[in-house]
Write a protein that binds this ligand. Sequence first.
Ligand code: ADP
Ligand code: MG
Length: 240
Amino acid sequence: MIEVKKLVKSFGSLTVLKGVDLTVAEKEVVVLLGASGSGKSTLLRCLNFLETLDSGEIRIDGQVIDPKKTDLNKFRAEVGMVFQHFNLFPHKTALENVIEAPIFVKKVPPSQAREEGYALLEKVGMKDKADVYPDMLSGGQKQRVAIARALAMKPRIMLFDEPTSALDPELVGEVLQVMKQLAKEGMTMVVVTHEMGFAREVADRAVFMDGGVILEQGQPSEFFTNPRHERTRQFLQSIL
Ligand code: ADP
Ligand code: MG
């Protein structure tokens, strides 16, 4: 579904991605690991064309995406993104957060958007908080609303950038549970996370980034128990 080839991305003189090759198949769940600063967020942002590429290419369903020729807004609607810090609109209720983009970007009729919005909030266990403002929600609840909001655009793929890193430990499980359910339903997902339990249980593939390239990848059972590279070994030890 997604094919990244020789992706290079620099910020000024700092080359963050030094030729990344990555493919993601339909319905695949890929967990992206790597030390802080290794370029994980930048890679996700490139996949969503929030960053321009210096060189290399990204293919979706076999087609090269050329930012100059493609309607990036339409394309971005197909890629849902969930961030570490939720980024909910503070002056909108949970439901209003979920239905904003469908109504204003996709021109979905408001009554239909509301109906779908309630269904999505129910899916993430937040229907009873539909009329509540983000301030009144816990971090875990905010993140579940943020997931519902991303799903409201009916994306074909979901990108998660450390979705549980800002949460108190006791709230991590409820968010991972929602992500697990999504994976089970066949959503294609790329997840940056250091939650090893989730990675082992849910991921089809673990990918380790180091020094601006993908150093190693494999099935979680193999990857976590028997990493091939010393760098991978060190990293896995550091997060245990
Ligand atoms: P990770 O998510 O793996 O921690 P990032 O992709 O956020 O890594 O960052 C990789 C490197 O790129 C870091 O050194 C970071 O400071 C730098 N970087 C990221 N975004 C920008 C930006 N917009 N401008 C300048 N430097 C950036
Ligand atoms: Mg990051």
